[in-house]
Design a protein around this ligand. Structure first.
Ligand SMILES: Cc1cc2nc3c(=O)[nH]c(=O)nc-3n(C[C@H](O)[C@H](O)[C@H](O)COP(=O)(O)O)c2cc1C
Length: 283
């Protein structure tokens, strides 16, 4: 809830024109959640982000009876938040266009074309540093209200990979030589309403695509593996990973150093004219 509301405050701060005061119907619960988090010893970038955004909100909001009683709480809680990065203010900002990375469209298209599902790997362990670099990229993917409702559960112990790879379907013939697996798990607790129950899959899948590209640019190949909705497999996975009742596998990603002699499918793609339509264009 704190993540969601801090995100909503940021959207209010960047609105053009900015409507002040805003967030009157949720500022109280946000400040309470923030104070609880600061009190409870939650630290790190997440809390600094909440602190900076709440400080900015208080600075731009004129005197108001729904906000004024909360100002002292924000100030007191802020004093308990340890800064992780002294110089960076984690509030809405104007991006300097000169900071844009010099990746061309051709670079991106080349990467997309080169990436194919890899199912044949070298018998070589994947350094965790490479995995974490790919997960770092994944974490920058968009998620609804910035909630990042997922976890990349990495299985890189060969014995555990052997066990885990039996849980999904779709790995017949190549399972025995998969060096590592990411089992991406969504956490429904991040969304309060039933109407949002699909979001772990949307958010998780966007992050997985970034993860796959994060692997690819480091010379690692990968293959997404479907997680079928079959009760006894759900139970086995839940017990294997020790999942909480709201945690659902989204999909698995097998990855490792590609065997340079292993083939990939051509996987012909549909042309843009088929997958892109403008304004009710005829089919
Ligand atoms: C959600 C999802 C589930 C998939 N499940 C499997 C699977 O169980 N086994 C498999 O060999 N490949 C699986 N794949 C890989 C697809 O077969 C592959 O992405 C598709 O054929 C296109 O090929 P390409 O990735 O090389 O472009 C899956 C891909 C996705 C996105």
């Amino acid at each position: 809830m704190l993540r969601r509301n801090v995100h909503r405050l940021e959207k209010g701060l960047l609105m053009r024109p900015r409507r002040v005061p805003f967030a009157l119907n949720y500022i109280d619960e946000t400040v309470s959640a923030y104070a609880r988090a600061a009190e409870g010893g939650v630290q790190g970038r997440e809390l600094c982000w909440a602190r900076d955004v709440l400080n900015e909100y208080m600075a731009v909001t004129p005197a108001h009876p729904a906000v004024d009683p909360l100002r002292a709480t924000v100030r007191d809680a802020g004093a308990k938040v340890a800064s992780v990065d002294a110089c960076e203010q984690m509030i809405p900002y104007v991006r300097r266009m000169e900071d844009a990375p010099s990746i061309t469209y051709e670079d991106l298209l080349g990467l997309a074309k080169f990436r194919r599902s890899v199912r044949w790997f070298l018998p070589k362990a994947v350094p965790r540093e490479m995995v974490e670099k790919a997960v770092l990229v994944a974490g920058y993917s968009p998620t609804a209200c910035n909630r990042q409702p997922y976890e990349f559960r990495i299985i890189d112990d060969p014995e555990l990979v052997k066990e885990a790879i039996k849980l999904p379907m779709g790995t017949a013939g190549f399972a025995h030589q998969v060096p590592a697996l990411a089992i991406v798990v969504g956490k429904q607790r991040n969304y309060f309403k039933e109407r949002d129950r699909h979001l772990i899959y949307t958010d998780g899948s966007l992050a997985i695509m970034s993860f796959v590209y994060g692997l690819e640019v480091q010379g690692l190949g990968s293959c997404c593996i479907n997680w079928p909705d079959i009760e006894d497999r759900e139970e086995k996975m839940a017990s294997f990973l020790g999942l909480a009742p709201d945690e659902r596998p989204i999909m698995l990603v097998a990855f490792g150093f590609p065997d340079p002699e292993g083939m990939v499918a051509y996987s012909g793609k549909k042309p843009v004219s088929v997958i892109c339509k403008y304004n009710f264009e005829a089919k």
